[in-house]
Design a protein around this ligand. Structure first.
Ligand SMILES: Cc1cc2nc3c(=O)[nH]c(=O)nc-3n(C[C@H](O)[C@H](O)[C@H](O)COP(=O)(O)OP(=O)(O)OC[C@H]3O[C@@H](n4cnc5c(N)ncnc54)[C@H](O)[C@@H]3O)c2cc1C
Length: 416
């Protein structure tokens, strides 16, 4: 069914009896050309592009829970392409361009809102670093704008400009950045992939791989064995656990990250704002809630809930940046499991097992990457070679030392 204004009017006039489920609920078939493990944003986007761009229709997405129950529905919804390094910036800019056409591509309202992102500057050294980053963005075809303190004050007069420790000296703005309604991204990709004939199999957990003579023949699941010509793994925070079943130890640790939402307020924030002196990022949802987050909890875990010390730390960051936030009541909070790679950058690559492919290591930043990650993983699965914008995301970079260390903090996943 195509969604349109005309369709809405027709359904209103016929008592809303004509809507059909957005995707089917099929039983798994015995064999598929390609099986994708993980029905998060990345797995579903991979299925969509495999079908739409590369013509693969005998595809299944296997999800242990429900669509949108993982990080794709738990993140703080920020999209941007404000990266520095060559391996990253073209990839994230490709992703931002895909976001810009996503709703037309999917025929689904994902509430893509390019309300802009502003990274605040608090020292001269930080201005140098952000100037360099902005130049790298512009050289890669992205937009970037360096603002002085007065320009920031005009746009965000409520910020704490004269804080003794962290005065605001300017900001790096990317006007095309913004937010997207996170779970609608999962639903939109699921609906589109299903429309091309992809089977989305929920409540089906992968419990092992059938590997013979170094080749992956399919996956063992709670609904029985499912054969596959190729298997792609896109399970985000569960990457270490699932790839461990294929005998692989990844350069990835799993950490919990929390998100927070305040009660609904009248519009106050023009876009996304990040605090450059602490770790705090905030935007305002269309319902009015302030949506914000900060650091990882800092310990390894697969639990999707966090601890109170980080709640305090994040709220302190918010208070330092915009003291009026102290008068808003916190409404909801939750956690998600992050697949933190050792250099803070992702992996989209083949594995040493023939027919088994891996997508992961997205750290805090995988939501904005969803369209490009799905596109590039689909390209790899369909053509057996990396997409031109994802050639740097190789698994062996941790062996050869060709790290993509965007933050320059080395192999410390809790710092990326
Ligand atoms: C609190 C929080 C805030 C964030 N904020 C941002 C942000 O503002 N911007 C940004 O770009 N990124 C952000 N991120 C990161 C981003 O959400 C993730 O990097 C991204 O969503 C991960 O990819 P995914 O959507 O495919 O993951 P998921 O949605 O987690 O998908 C993985 C799926 O695999 C399934 N799975 C796991 N094991 C198995 C198995 N054995 N069998 C079958 N299925 C399995 C899981 O159930 C899950 O549904 C944030 C994350 C969190 C938690």
């Amino acid at each position: 069914m195509r969604y349109s204004g005309f369709q809405v009017i027709k359904q209103v006039l016929t008592g809303h009896r004509g809507w059909i489920p957005a995707w089917r609920d099929p039983e798994p078939k015995a064999h598929y050309d390609i099986v994708i493990i993980g029905g998060g944003g990345h797995g579903l986007a991979t299925a969509h592009y495999l079908a739409k761009v590369y013509g693969h229709r005998k595809v299944a997405v296997i999800e242990k829970g429900w669509i949108g129950g993982g990080n794709v529905g738990r993140n703080t919804t920020i999209i941007r392409s404000n990266y520095l390094l060559d391996g990253n910036e073209p990839f994230y800019e490709f992703s931002l361009k895909l976001w810009e056409g996503l709703e037309q591509d999917l025929n689904y309202n994902a509430m893509v809102s390019q309300r802009g992102i502003l990274n605040l500057i608090h020292s001269d050294a930080q201005r140098d670093a952000y100037t360099r980053r902005g130049n790298a963005m512009i050289l890669n075809g992205a937009d970037a704008e360096l603002l002085d303190a007065e320009q920031v004050r005009k746009e965000c007069p409520f910020l704490n400009f004269d804080d003794a420790r962290f005065p605001i000296k300017g900001g790096l703005a990317q006007r095309r950045g913004g937010t997207v309604r996170h779970d609608a991204v999962a639903w939109g990709y699921a609906r589109s992939a299903d429309g091309y004939g992809v089977d989305i199999i929920q409540n089906c957990e992968v419990s092992g791989f059938r590997i013979e003579d170094g080749k992956c023949l399919g996956v063992e699941t709670s609904k029985g064995f499912i054969g596959a010509g190729k298997v792609g793994c896109a399970v985000a925070g569960n990457s270490g656990r699932v790839m461990g079943m294929a005998g692989m130890k990844l350069p990835i640790e799993s950490h919990v990250l929390q998100a927070f939402v305040s009660e609904g307020l009248k519009p106050v924030l023009p876009g996304v704002i990040t605090f450059g002196a602490g770790h705090f990022y905030v935007s305002q949802s269309d319902k009015g809630g302030l949506v914000f987050g900060g650091d990882l909890d800092g310990y390894n875990t697969y639990a999707q809930r966090g601890n109170l010390p980080v709640v305090e730390d994040v709220c302190e960051g918010g208070m330092a940046l915009m003291p009026m936030i102290g008068r808003a009541r916190l409404l909801r909070m939750w956690g998600g499991v992050m697949d933190m790679s050792m250099d803070g950058s992702p992996i989209i690559d083949r594995t040493p097992v023939d027919g088994l492919y891996f997508n992961g290591g997205w750290c805090y930043g995988g939501f904005k990457a969803t369209p490009a990650s799905g596109y590039c993983f689909a390209h790899l699965l369909a053509q057996d070679e990396p997409h031109p914008t994802a050639t740097a995301y190789r698994l062996d970079r941790f062996r050869t030392g060709r790290m993509i260390d965007e933050k320059g903090v080395g192999n410390q996943p809790n710092l990326h």
